[in-house]
Design a protein around this ligand. Structure first.
Ligand SMILES: [Zn+2]
Length: 219
């Protein structure tokens, strides 16, 4: 699997520091489980966090502080990365371990709920008030309604692929979008695209009709 899109630094740092909200954290964990590059970055950030805590006594992580701390760490903990992904509930290799814990089986066992033509959704359990976590199955050639965000939105591809203004996304890729970005993903794989989506707050879709329908569709 070749992964081209990773969470941005601030997201990974928040994840390493344990300050990401639960829904976002599951999506990052799912990506990290499949991405050796980000596993190394998280380990490094954790090590750097330890150094900064020792130096300052304050667990504040920002990019400058990270750069300074990284310069002090001789070897990032890359050697310790050969960590086999445990798949507790499924043999479906498309499902990373952090997600498998929340599913009964593999991607083919999901009981999808119809949302709109070509679009199905499956809700995942997270603690009340800690964001929204759900899966989407979008048919080939379908577009997700154009939307903006009122916070961070993470979308991790599990199967199939899509294209939007920010690039092409395949299995393992994660789209880390903040509220400035409006995008319209279109599925360009022959099969449906199945992805894990985490949002800080409900997604805002553009257009009156879509907005009126949103409470019913809950997307
Ligand atoms: Zn990555």
């Amino acid at each position: 699997m070749s992964i081209h899109h990773h969470p941005d630094d601030s997201t990974l740092l928040s994840y390493a520091a344990g300050t990401l909200r639960e829904a976002l954290s599951v999506a990052v964990a799912a990506h990290v489980a499949m991405c050796p590059t980000c596993r190394a970055r998280v380990r490094t950030a954790e090590a750097a966090g330890g150094v900064m805590l020792e130096e300052t006594g304050v667990a504040v992580i920002d990019s400058d502080a990270l750069d300074r701390a990284l310069a002090r760490i001789e070897t990032p903990a890359v050697a310790k990365l050969a960590e086999p992904a445990v798949r507790p509930h499924t043999s479906d290799i498309r499902v990373p371990a952090p997600l498998a814990r929340l599913l009964d089986g593999g991607l083919d066992d999901i009981r999808w709920r119809w949302v709109a033509p070509g679009i199905h959704r499956h809700e995942l359990p997270v603690t009340e008030g800690s964001g929204n976590l759900f899966m989407l199955r979008i048919a080939s050639g379908k577009a997700v309604p154009e939307h903006g965000h009122s916070g961070t939105e993470l979308t991790m591809i599990l199967s199939g692929s899509y294209q939007d203004e920010t690039g092409h996304y395949g299995p393992g890729d994660i789209a880390d979008l903040d509220e400035d970005i409006e995008h319209q993903p279109v599925v360009d794989s022959d099969d449906a695209c199945i992805c894990l989506v985490a949002t800080e707050s409900p997604t805002r879709f553009k257009g009156l009709i879509v907005r009126l329908l949103q409470p019913y569709f809950r997307i």
